[in-house]
Design a protein around this ligand. Structure first.
Ligand SMILES: *Cc1c(COP(=O)(O)O)cnc(C)c1O
Length: 345
């Protein structure tokens, strides 16, 4: 019997995609599903989004493309890491698109026969991509390019002038690329307005309940709800401490529940003395240090709870990020393998 589970709201996932699709105006809306669908379970994510009408999926690794290639047309999967020397054969066999990130990758893909591909133009991230500074149309000569994309550095900061600079740099190179579609916006970019939408948007975080900024606060629904069973309920005497290094001291005799979840599950140590669980709406604050497999909760508000009762983490991502010091991205992608992933519709 599992003692730790991740309850996943499929309805909220699809509703978030539809919200982003509406915000994307005339552009189509794809989905970033790398890192196991941001930790939620990529096959369950892709199946639901494909059914809702999503037709473009972005992964990082070729293994991630292989994992979903039986669920969608492989030709609608883009592999963001591109095509290294050891990837050419599997890429051709699978039929997913490499995102060509350098003149070297473009030449490699052309030499391999040059099936359909995407390209990444670097407009300021200086991570992957062909630099807009030294872009030359000859680099992509003869290639069958579907999406010519770029990626925003600070899209969650609507007022940051780097957004407009990247938009201008991207627009400047686009006319020299013969591609079917242009794409610039991740989740944050979707809220920057029509200028940023082009033909296709590529949200990830907001699909899964992440809130890049205020523009998403009221309209994006949480999707992932970590839950754990209590393994033990105990009385801790006034003045005693709880857990490693004794960073919590009981101010009075108190009822404490030990939940079967810890940092090995992605419930990070940053939640020590700051995170919160709940049971039927009642708050159960984390008491002391989160350990690898266990987290102690103050059961003052629910003293009737017993071994085997389930509690749910308060995991609204902006708040949980502020409590823990981890980014919303890490709070999703870190969700561990011990969770039984339970989809509600
Ligand atoms: C991860 C990623 C996305 C999605 O970004 P979010 O901020 O999660 O919306 C889009 N495009 C590229 C190139 C990415 O690497």
């Amino acid at each position: 019997m599992s003692v730790v589970r991740l309850v996943l709201d499929g309805g909220a996932l699809v509703a978030n995609w539809r919200t982003l699709d509406r915000m994307s105006g005339a552009a189509r809306t794809g989905a970033a599903v790398k890192a196991n669908g941001y930790g939620l379970g990529v096959r369950d994510v892709v199946r639901r989004l494909a059914q809702a009408g999503c037709a473009d999926f972005f992964v990082a690794h070729w293994t991630e493309a292989e994992e979903i290639a039986d669920l969608v047309d492989p030709g609608c999967i883009s592999v963001l890491n591109g095509v290294g020397p050891g990837d050419v054969e599997r890429a051709r066999a699978l039929g997913a698109k490499p995102v060509l990130n350098s003149p070297e990758q473009a030449a490699r893909w052309r030499a391999a026969g040059g099936g359909r591909c995407d390209v990444m133009i670097d407009t300021g991230m200086n991570r992957l991509g062909i630099s807009a500074h030294d872009f030359d149309a000859d680099m992509l000569r003869g290639l069958d390019i579907d999406i010519a994309m770029s990626h925003l550095v600070s899209s969650e900061e609507a007022d940051n002038p780097v957004n407009a600079r990247q938009l201008a740099a991207y627009r400047a190179v686009l006319p020299a690329i013969s591609c079917r579609r242009a794409s610039l916006a991740n989740s944050g970019g979707v809220a920057l307005g029509a200028d940023y939408h082009f033909d296709l948007t590529r949200p990830g975080l907001a699909l899964y309940g992440g809130v890049p900024n205020e523009a998403f606060a009221e309209i994006i629904a949480p999707v992932a709800h970590p839950e754990a069973a209590l393994l033990q309920v105990r009385i801790v005497r006034a003045g005693d401490t709880i857990g490693y290094n004794g960073i919590f001291t009981a101010p009075r005799d108190m009822t404490v529940g030990i939940a079967a979840i810890g940092y090995a599950d992605g419930y990070w140590r940053g939640f020590s003395n700051s995170g919160c669980f709940e049971h039927q709406g009642r708050a159960l604050p984390v008491a002391g240090r989160v350990s690898m497999d266990l987290t102690a909760l103050d059961l003052t508000a629910a003293p009737e709870l017993r071994e085997g009762d389930w509690v749910r983490a308060r995991y609204a991502l902006p708040e949980a990020a502020a409590q823990s010091g981890f980014s919303q991205y890490e709070l999703l992608t870190g969700l561990g393998q011990r969770f039984e992933r339970v989809w509600r519709d």
